[in-house]
Design a protein around this ligand. Structure first.
Ligand code: TXA
Ligand code: MG
Length: 347
């Protein structure tokens, strides 16, 4: 299959892109679309045959459920059944963070096919705020199931080029909306009543942080994909290898513990690129890539993380050594990705 890429540089291009994307979605085909977090591989969420093509193109195991993107806030009530006891909190979260990078886990209605949720009774939903994604889903008028547009187990794509490297030849169309403005996948939460105030469990840390969420309830971080792991015992080991580049990557939490092998070429994935952080002077690095040059801003590091991981992966180094970033705000999500990419892999 030939994969077409449509750029969205002008108004005319955008109209063309939206028209072609919607036509393919209506025909039950796949389209890779830009979102503010990472690129998604979209299909009509209400059409099980279209959704099956996502699993095939990504080589994704069928026990790993997909995120459903909604055309509007009101569509939430059409695809989910919100329990009365969390209705208020869900409404507050939706009003505050949608459209945006917050995904909610809620009991699903029958319109959502089982293949989307891998047989679970809950569905993960969000509304993207990417302008091109919004135009496409508005015109399509139907929820779009879209996981990240990478092959299963690889790094999520933050550019159309990266999508094309992962899925070129397997899908008919990629809409190029430029680099993703967040660069990290959405925060996934599950809400329950809790003893005193609502409990907000974070299943995947992301751009919406603990600070953002704590006004709405007690925030706790739980193992990623806890819901899936409960229902699919084979999941944990396999999902632990997410986000991994092919080149071995190692998160070195303390520079004193790094003893280079003189026969190897190492690349350093540095946070700020500053000598005083202790990593730069450790070794004569074959390459140094910096997440947030200068002052060290975690939002910037988040935007650049996957982009630089892919770039370093293509450099032919023996190993990528990653510096930790501060464990606060979006730093928590960045550390989570680095730990999951790190070898030997943590379960
Ligand atoms: O930012 C994002 O969320 C991107 C963009 C494209 O929207 N999407 C994304 O989708 O990251 P994906 O499929 O790569 O990650 C979704 C995660 C998976 O780890 C899946 O296991 C989990 O959400 N998930 C989906 N439905 C679930 C459910 N019902 N219960 C528990 N986990 C679920
Ligand atoms: Mg993914």
């Amino acid at each position: 299959m030939e994969t077409k890429i449509i750029f969205t540089d002008s108004d005319l291009d955008i109209r063309e892109a939206v028209g072609q994307a919607v036509a393919l979605l209506r025909a039950g085909e796949l389209v890779a679309l830009p979102t503010e977090t990472v690129y998604g591989l979209g299909a009509n969420a209400l059409d099980p045959e279209a959704v099956a093509k996502i699993f095939e193109a990504k080589e994704r195991p069928s026990f790993d459920p997909l995120i459903v993107h909604l055309p509007s806030k009101t569509a939430l009530r059409e695809v989910t059944e919100i329990p009365d006891e969390i209705e208020k909190t869900i409404t507050q979260l939706v009003e505050t963070f949608w459209p945006g990078p917050l995904t909610l886990l809620l009991p699903k209605r029958d319109v959502i096919p089982d293949i989307v949720t891998a047989g679970l009774q809950t569905v993960a939903v969000r509304q993207s705020d990417h302008p091109i994604f919004r135009r496409i889903i508005k015109q399509f008028g139907t929820p779009i199931a879209a996981p990240s547009a990478n092959r299963f187990g690889s790094i999520s794509p933050t550019s159309a080029t990266h999508v094309s490297e992962q899925l070129g030849g397997r899908i008919p169309l990629i809409i190029d909306g430029g680099a993703c403005s967040r660069g990290l996948e959405s925060t996934i939460v599950r809400v329950s009543p809790g003893p005193k105030k609502p409990l907000i469990e974070v299943l995947r840390p992301g751009p919406i942080t603990e600070d953002d969420l704590k006004k709405f309830g007690k925030v706790v971080f739980v193992g990623r994909n806890a819901a899936v792991e409960e229902s699919a015992p084979e999941a944990p080991g396999r999902l632990a290898s997410h986000y991994a580049p092919r080149t071995p990557l190692r998160l070195v939490e303390d520079p004193a513990t790094f003893t280079p092998d003189p026969a190897k070429r190492y690349a350093l994935l540095s946070y700020r690129g500053q000598e005083k952080d202790g990593y730069l002077p450790l070794h004569d690095w074959a390459k140094v890539a910096v997440l947030s040059p200068g002052s060290g801003r975690l939002t910037e590091a988040g935007i650049r993380l996957f982009h630089l991981m892919v770039q370093l992966d293509q450099g032919g180094y023996d190993e990528i050594i990653a510096e930790p970033v501060p464990d606060r705000g979006i730093g928590r999500a960045i550390l989570d990705k680095l730990r999951r990419a790190s070898h030997p892999r943590k379960a």
